[in-house]
Design a protein. Structure first.
Length: 209
């Protein structure tokens, strides 16, 4: 799947549903020397105190989503946006242009034969046209729910609501050039990463997508 005409470092967009194991997979690529550009990290950076995005969030959503230290209260914001699609889109309209601009800046500055750009919501993102290839980290919904209950969600109902607010599994797989199944042993995931790393290095060297 060709996503653009390449005159730049080879870019692999890594995506997957929440709690699919994107960070685990991304870190495995990083251990192999692959530059990582993680839009989740960028998303945290652009809402630090003093950043324009946080001021805009306060203006749009009120002080209830700002904690006592002046930082974004992520739990409060998560509960708010996953219960109201309109509010979620309002937050995305504040964050996504800034995240996209910083992602492009970091990509231009990155070295390496290829780079891994981690974008959880790649299906609906303009960054889909920015990458040369798409890698989807996939697992079944039961695994996602189990992981969410141990990490983010308070109830199974809330976990399902969080999952349903994102692109569907079928939608993610429809844009995939490569898929890593991440509901098995970690060593199996690592084996898949190693094989894809070799593949991506060849593609980068040959200038092919």
């Amino acid at each position: 799947m060709t996503h653009n005409t390449r005159k730049h470092a080879y870019r692999v967009g890594l995506t997957g549903g929440i709690a699919s194991g994107k960070t685990t997979v991304a870190n495995m690529f990083a251990e192999l020397g692959v530059p990582l550009i993680d839009t989740d990290i960028i998303a945290r950076q652009v809402v630090q105190p003093g950043e324009p995005a946080l001021d805009e969030i306060r203006e749009q959503f009120g002080d209830a989503v700002i904690d006592e230290s002046g930082h974004l209260d992520r739990l409060a914001m998560r509960k708010l946006i996953f219960s109201d699609d309109q509010l979620r889109h309002k937050l995305e309209s504040i964050l996504h242009p800034r995240i996209g601009a910083e992602t492009r800046r970091q990509s231009s500055a990155a070295n390496g034969r290829y780079q891994m750009i981690v974008v959880p919501l790649l299906v609906d993102s303009p960054l889909l046209q920015f990458v040369d290839r798409v890698l989807v980290v996939d697992c079944d919904e039961d695994t996602q729910i189990k992981r969410l209950l141990s990490r983010d969600a308070e109830t199974t109902q809330q976990a399902r609501k969080i999952i349903s607010a994102q692109a569907s599994r079928d939608d993610r797989l429809s844009i995939a050039d490569d898929v890593i199944r991440n509901d098995q042993e970690l060593e199996e995931t690592r084996r898949q990463v190693a094989l894809l790393d070799k593949k991506y290095r060849k593609l980068a060297n040959h200038g092919s997508s």
